[in-house]
Design a protein around this ligand. Structure first.
Ligand SMILES: Cc1cc2nc3c(=O)[nH]c(=O)nc-3n(C[C@H](O)[C@H](O)[C@H](O)COP(=O)(O)O)c2cc1C
Length: 175
């Protein structure tokens, strides 16, 4: 069977989602796309700006992506949780690219709460059910305690992709 082409797309303001994305990309043998946000996000002003955008479900201004998502069998999308929802740069990416996504999986990084609602919002923005989802706390990511969660996530993705490939092979045999 031909290997699946996988892209990991993420935005990270303070490094946690970047760290998780790079572990996942290594585990999945995936290409990586970091969403580049055009606005300033540092310091207290950047924090408040991020919070207000998330609270109003407002997408931010982002640079055009380097990879064409439609070239990939699966796009794994990661976002920090902002105000219980998806970050504004990931919202902008999903607004611009949802039609280019063949299959998706989602992950999010958060401090304490809002992971489930952020994943739900990502699902709604894509208009497609993900093959798998997971949430990682910043603490788990920082202390290297996320390995179990991430290997379960990767296992679910690989199992679903194998099932889809098998289904395709069976259908080709019938025609
Ligand atoms: C504007 C803003 C809002 C946040 N809102 C939440 C929240 O609602 N729930 C939560 O658990 N963490 C929240 N956080 C914490 C981040 O989700 C968490 O630190 C995450 O790991 C950051 O990922 P990053 O380092 O990739 O940017 C918020 C952080 C920011 C900057």
């Amino acid at each position: 069977m031909t290997p699946n082409k996988i892209l990991v797309v993420f935005y990270s303001r303070s490094g946690t989602t970047r760290k998780v994305a790079s572990v996942l990309a290594r585990m999945l043998g995936a290409d990586v796309e970091e969403i580049v946000d055009r606005g300033a996000r540092g310091g207290p002003f950047g924090y408040v700006r991020s919070l207000v955008e998330a609270m109003h479900a407002r997408p931010s201004q982002i640079a055009p992506p380097k990879h064409d998502a439609s070239d990939y069998d699966l796009v794994v999308i990661g976002s920090p949780v902002w105000s219980g929802t998806v970050s504004s740069p990931v919202r902008a990416y999903l607004y611009a690219n949802f039609e280019r996504l063949n299959r998706v999986a989602f992950f999010c990084c958060f401090a304490r709460r809002g992971g489930e609602s952020a994943l739900k919002e990502m699902n709604a923005l894509c208009g497609a059910a993900p093959l798998a989802e997971c949430c990682v706390t910043a603490r788990e990511a920082r202390h290297g305690d996320a390995s179990r969660v991430l290997s379960d996530f990767v296992e679910r993705i690989e199992r679903k992709l194998a099932e889809i490939q098998q289904l395709g092979a069976n259908q080709r045999e019938l025609t």
